[in-house]
Design a protein around this ligand. Structure first.
Ligand code: 13P
Length: 340
């Protein structure tokens, strides 16, 4: 392991004004999003969609790294240029989702454990050899009656730490993603408590597995009330409580925190990230960046509709969201940007 290379990559992933584009939906998840819009759920459609994304002109101005899925990392443009080359030529670092998805945790109704550690060392070696320089593993934690349980949090944190140590051994920066889900009617305070407990446990496990904090990125949820909680929170409240929770739990050695969007609207995700940076950027030890999938892609997907003729307009929408989030990293995002 070369700590300097890992540190350099981690810093590049959260360089000023930049963030990650998550385009690593598994085939079932990608198909589900296509089905909602009447787009065929085929390998050809997924290929065309991902080609639209990676060939978006100017994407590298705002996107430091793109997280790919196993199917996508092996694909090429119609002219034969590998997607990996298209990305690196655009100054975008290729990354890869390496977890095998979340399954029911035995004896824990309503809770999940992320799988994929078996054989991971060999898969990471192959991805590094192909050109990936970072990886992602997502754990999901639900809030509900008597959950999350300690055992679910511990099992997921342990798997995240085992994954992260294997990544660093392979020369890949681990993006460590413990996602406390927005589904449900829980309050902002319940999300804060769960998020802090999860993050504390994750860092205990990362230390225990000897993960170098300088060579990783944390990808957490923002602290939010449940989607159907009757009391929703203002942008300011979300920014304040999210930063407070991270301040309490994330060691200063971590170079960057790149939020997932988790089902927030694209505009709200940008506004909340913007307020965090506007208010707190100069006081924080780590960069506050983004690693959005839906909050960058969704408007573009809705325009694309599976049609070649819509590619330029879809690319424009994708670039627009990437630029809004670049501005949000700098505390320069305004609602007026959405009208231009
Ligand atoms: P969303 O931004 O759509 O939550 O996706 C982020 C991600 O990569 C989930 O693993």
């Amino acid at each position: 392991m070369n700590l300097q290379n890992l540190t350099d990559t981690a810093k590049a992933l959260v360089a000023d004004g930049k963030g990650l584009l998550a385009m690593d939906e598994s085939n079932p998840t990608c198909n589900k999003r296509f089905a909602k819009l009447g787009i065929p759920q085929t390998v050809d459609a997924r290929h065309a969609y991902r080609e639209m994304i990676v060939t978006t002109p100017g994407l590298g101005e705002c996107i430091s790294g793109a997280i790919l899925y196993d199917e996508t990392i092996r694909q090429q443009k119609k002219d034969g240029t590998p997607f990996l080359k298209v990305l690196t030529d655009a100054g975008i670092i290729p990354g890869i989702k390496v977890d095998a998805g979340a399954r029911d945790l035995a004896a824990h109704p309503g809770e999940k454990i992320t799988e994929g550690l078996d054989g991971l060392r060999d898969r990471l070696a192959e991805y590094f050899q192909m050109g990936a320089r970072f990886a992602k593993w997502r754990a999901v934690i639900a809030i509900g009656d008597d959950i999350p349980s300690r055992s679910c949090i511990e099992a997921n944190a342990h798997a995240l730490a085992r994954y992260a140590a294997l990544c660093q051994e392979a020369g890949l920066v681990p993006v460590v993603e413990p996602e406390v889900l927005m589904d449900g009617d829980h309050t902002l305070e319940q999300c804060r408590a769960a998020t802090e407990e999860v993050l504390r446990t994750v860092f205990i496990q990362l230390n225990s597995q000897r993960v170098m904090l300088e060579g990783m990125i944390l990808k957490p949820n923002m602290v939010l009330p449940g989607l159907i909680c009757p009391t929703q929170a203002s942008v300011d409240e979300v920014a304040n409580i999210t930063v407070k929770s991270l301040w309490r739990t994330v060691p200063a050695a971590v170079p960057g925190i790149a939020f997932l969007s988790g089902g927030q609207s694209a505009e709200l995700a940008s506004a909340r990230l913007n307020t965090m940076n506007l208010r707190f950027k100069s006081k924080l030890p780590w960069a506050l960046a983004f690693s959005f999938a839906r909050a960058i892609q969704q408007p573009a997907l809705e325009i694309w509709q599976g049609k070649e003729a819509n590619v330029p307009a879809a690319q424009q929408a994708l670039l627009h969201r990437a630029r809004c989030n670049r501005a949000a990293r700098r505390g320069e995002y305004t609602a007026a940007m959405e009208r231009t």
